[in-house]
Write a protein that binds this ligand. Structure first.
Ligand SMILES: [Zn+2]
Length: 312
């Protein structure tokens, strides 16, 4: 979800000596063929991972942004991603950010579905990004976050359906959906009890991307946080010793501020490091995480009900 304050460009993999557009600070990742041992960016050696992936963060000076690629073949069908801070930041005080209201959402939260059976509950899954113009983050080998999100959401859907839940998806193919429209399906379905957006993370522009991995869950209002907490706890438990759990974080996103249907956004791992990229496509690990998320939903939905029945 970081892309809202980054201007992201995809440009052709640089030829030796190529001059890049001016940017104040640039994070780059890409991949090169096996056997390449190093590339040089602004005179600095950048390690190439065994997967062929590389990531680096460099300060670029206007007009002098030369990337020298050494020991690479002349093939140019690679892409790198360049992210930079959106332009226009002057010394003036920033305007307070205005958050668009979700026109279809009622101001009042739906009643917690305690006592309902899973078969009476629709869980809405929202695979983040989608379409030709919004691929989300990009992995070292050029995989798109939008595809990782959809693939994971389908696994989670299967797990939830096996537990008896009904599941609706905001998209089940490579479709573009505006961020303000994603919650509509939940608000127009009277049986929708939860809205869960699925993402894989990438670093902010000023973070060193090397080795950066953790999981976290974003929520905004009280109903969202109540849903986010048990999901986050269960995910953190199965990922302990694998990646850190950064917990439930507050974020006023279009997909977390829904006042009517409890909503949260999962950042499952980082797609931008080679280790994260490999883990994200590891099927047993994905099932383990999906089951943990389903456990968290069970906790949120069933625990108050079982408590009143003295079953806990
Ligand atoms: Zn995302």
């Amino acid at each position: 979800m970081f892309s809202s304050f980054l201007l992201a460009l995809t440009i052709a993999f640089p030829k030796p000596g190529q001059t890049l557009p001016p940017v104040e600070r640039t994070y780059m990742s890409g991949s090169v063929p096996h056997g390449i041992t190093n590339i040089v960016v602004q005179g600095k050696d950048v390690p190439v991972y065994w997967t062929g992936g590389w990531v680096t963060m460099v300060d670029l000076v206007e007009g002098t942004n030369v990337i020298e690629v050494v020991s690479v073949s002349t093939r140019t069908n690679y892409t790198i991603r360049v992210a930079r801070r959106a332009s226009g930041s002057s010394g003036a005080a920033a305007e307070p950010k205005k958050y668009a209201k979700l026109s279809y959402a009622k101001d009042e939260a739906r009643k917690h579905p305690a006592g309902k059976k899973p078969a009476d509950c629709v869980i809405v899954l929202d695979p983040g990004h989608g379409g030709a113009n919004d691929c989300g983050a990009i992995s070292p080998h050029g995989y798109h976050e939008k595809d990782a999100n959809l693939s994971f959401a389908r696994i989670l859907r299967n797990v939830l359906v096996k537990r008896g839940y009904r599941v609706a998806m905001t998209r089940d193919d490579d479709t573009a959906i505006h961020r303000l429209e994603r919650g509509r399906i939940a608000c127009t379905n009277e049986n929708a009890v939860a809205f869960i957006s699925i993402h894989h993370n990438a670093p902010n522009y000023n973070r060193d991307p090397r080795g950066l991995r953790y999981m976290c869950v974003y929520a905004w209002n009280a109903i969202g946080k109540a849903l986010a907490k048990p999901i986050c706890d269960r995910m953190g438990a199965v990922l302990e010793g694998d990646i850190p759990n950064n917990g439930v974080l507050e974020a006023n996103y279009a997909v977390t501020r829904n006042p009517e249907v409890p909503s949260c956004l999962l950042e499952i791992d980082f797609i931008t490091t080679p280790e994260g990229e490999a883990a994200i496509w590891n099927t047993p690990r994905r099932f383990k995480i999906a089951n943990a998320i389903a456990d968290g939903i069970d906790d949120w939905l069933l625990a108050p009900y079982l408590k009143t029945k003295n079953m806990l």
